[in-house]
Design a protein around this ligand. Structure first.
Ligand code: SF4
Ligand code: SF4
Length: 151
């Protein structure tokens, strides 16, 4: 039995729709190929148009990763007063929060994250197995990498 299964068998989380995690400070929403495909279909644009209009390339030396653009106030390009403009097709990074590696499987980090997210510790109960499946699902949606030598 892994440590978390015994000591931290279940978690509560329910989004309170405060929208804090969608803007207000600099950050990255990294996109996988699936994310780009899903969001571009949702918006009715080509993947190339989607990247050019809504994304920025983050330089990691020999390659780029693709993140959503931010407005001047650091809000996500898709943040609206009512919430996410592409909610049904939002990136995996957004839909799996706060079940991220190093957060949903790290109790100290989870407790500290409560300062940023009022949904942690509230609402729906997730078993350790459910939480771990969400955390692991991020591995199936790796960030899209564009190698510079391919450009
Ligand atoms: S910070 Fe937490 S409660 Fe607020 S919108 Fe994000 S996930 Fe929901
Ligand atoms: S894509 Fe939507 S859910 Fe994700 S950060 Fe932007 S506004 Fe928030």
């Amino acid at each position: 039995m892994k440590k978390n299964e015994k000591d931290w068998p279940e978690l509560n989380f329910e989004c309170q729709r405060c929208l804090h995690c969608c803007g207000g400070e600099p950050g990255y929403v990294f996109l996988s190929r699936n994310d780009i495909e899903r969001a571009s279909q949702h918006l009715g644009v080509s993947e190339e148009e989607f990247i050019s209009i809504y994304c920025r390339k983050i330089d990691y030396g020999t390659y780029y990763m693709v993140s959503l653009k931010e407005k001047d106030n650091y809000d996500c390009v898709f943040l609206r007063p009512f919430g996410c403009a592409i909610y049904e097709a939002r990136p995996h990074q957004c839909s799996t929060y706060p079940f991220w590696r190093g957060l949903g499987d790290d109790r100290q980090a989870w407790e500290e994250e409560k300062r940023n997210c009022p949904g942690l510790g509230k609402g729906r109960k997730y078993s350790r197995k459910e939480a771990q499946e969400l955390i692991d699902s991020n591995d199936l949606n790796p960030a899209y990498i564009i190698f510079k030598h391919n450009l």
